[in-house]
Design a protein around this ligand. Structure first.
Ligand SMILES: Cc1ncc(COP(=O)(O)O)c(C=O)c1O
Length: 389
């Protein structure tokens, strides 16, 4: 028995994952649909987090607040012990979330019509945030090699040479769950330095390492180029706190910090909701054991899904090195994406994410979130099989 066998009941709680299915998938009634799409978990956070939040609510001192020393220290200690990454207090800047941090960074360091590079398939806001701010998005797709997506550095260099101002890296990768190795990260740094390109590294999935994989913060291997990197991190993916809205940027360059602060101020973004740093601090200081148990649980969920779904002819799934997301390849089945989604929703009553949401390279793939109880995973697998067999 694991604590993760007891999931929280989320339907009718204004949960995007459970209660926004009709709207997102265009359905009249989604009451019987099992959601395995949005990247949050069906698990309660560590008890220490709920206790700290309850204490804060009880005291109800809810005026303007700032981030205290202990909360800052909890970040430094977490990065140190989790990723062997030594950061300075001064280098930390806060934001409401990684997506809002991406917008702040894009606005601070690029101008309208500037080019921003991404590597698709990738998390949709990497396309949308620069684009909706009037920047041109250039995609240099990852390429497939032995069944996984990898960088094609020749193409990457050609793309960088087109007067690119910033590159948004997803490290680890969503949706593929790839944990980029040191050599790959160093090559990204080398090439971005050659063309004087800012590196924005989204490392929100960095704590979700499976099967002994090790996350490498790109800034850690950047050597003399560290000042061209802005790293975005958060406790929210790790501890299922997305609704509390907190993230932080690690920026070693003092001048860039001042520019980011000015960009934040220009948007009227000064302080955080006072519950957010309290949740983060409790998670970072007391959540390690919870996280270790979570990773074992997710790993088992993944192994079950892979073993079961690979029995379906034409399905191939590689176990990811990180995240709680499975990237399911059905290309051999030669089913159109629309038909696949229709079958899953109508016959299987199962909501997964279509691969093209992450770019054209995702066609023929589906993203499944397995951060749920084993019972739910079994149900999801049965629904998937019902839809396809
Ligand atoms: C790569 C990546 N970045 C950012 C986010 C969202 O971050 P936030 O909720 O802090 O805006 C997600 C959520 O799925 C993600 O996968």
């Amino acid at each position: 028995m694991s604590i993760f066998d007891n999931t929280i009941h989320r339907r009718h709680s204004n949960s995007v994952k459970w209660d926004a299915i009709e709207k997102v998938y265009g359905l009249k009634d989604a009451s019987e649909i099992l959601p395995m799409w949005v990247a949050d978990m069906d698990f309660a956070p560590p008890t220490a987090v709920s206790q700290a939040l309850q204490e804060h609510a009880k005291n109800a001192v809810l005026g303007y607040s700032f981030i205290g020393e202990q909360a800052l220290q909890s970040i430094i200690d977490w990065q140190n012990t989790r990723h062997d990454w030594h950061i300075e207090k001064e280098s930390i800047l806060f934001s409401n979330g990684v997506v809002s941090a991406l917008a702040t960074i894009i606005k601070a360091f690029t101008k309208p019509e500037d080019k921003v590079l991404i590597s698709s398939p990738v998390y949709p806001p990497f396309f949308n945030i620069p684009k909706s701010n009037g920047r041109e998005v250039v995609s240099c797709p990852l390429v497939e090699k032995n069944g996984t997506f990898v960088y094609d550095f020749e193409a990457f260099e050609q793309a960088l040479a087109q007067n690119i101002k910033a590159y948004i890296l997803c490290n680890p990768h969503n949706p593929g769950g790839y944990v980029w190795d040191e050599a790959t990260l160093k090559e990204i740094v080398r090439l971005c330095a050659k063309y004087d390109v800012l590196i924005i590294s989204d490392e929100i999935h960095s704590d979700l390492m499976l099967g002994g994989a090790v996350h490498t913060p790109i800034a850690k291997v950047a050597g003399d180029e560290i000042n061209r990197i802005i790293t975005c991190m958060a406790p929210t993916k790790t501890f299922n706190l997305a609704g509390i809205q907190i993230s932080y940027m690690i920026v070693t360059d003092k001048k860039k910090r001042a520019q980011l602060e000015a960009s934040n101020m220009a948007c009227g973004q000064g302080s955080l909701n006072s519950f957010a740093p309290i949740a983060m601090q409790a998670a970072y200081t007391e959540g390690s054991a919870w996280l270790e148990e979570l990773l074992v649980y997710i790993s088992k969920n993944m192994e079950y899904v892979i073993a079961e779904l690979e029995q379906v002819s034409g399905i191939r799934i590689e176990k990811p090195q990180g995240t709680y997301l499975l990237w399911i390849d059905y290309r051999e089945m030669e089913i159109d994406e629309k038909v696949m989604m229709q079958r899953l929703l109508e016959i299987g009553q199962l909501a997964l994410e279509p691969g093209t949401k992450y770019g054209e390279e995702g066609r023929g793939l589906l993203r499944m979130n397995v951060a749920c109880s084993f019972e739910t995973v079994k149900d999801g697998v049965a629904r998937f099989k019902r839809a396809l067999l």
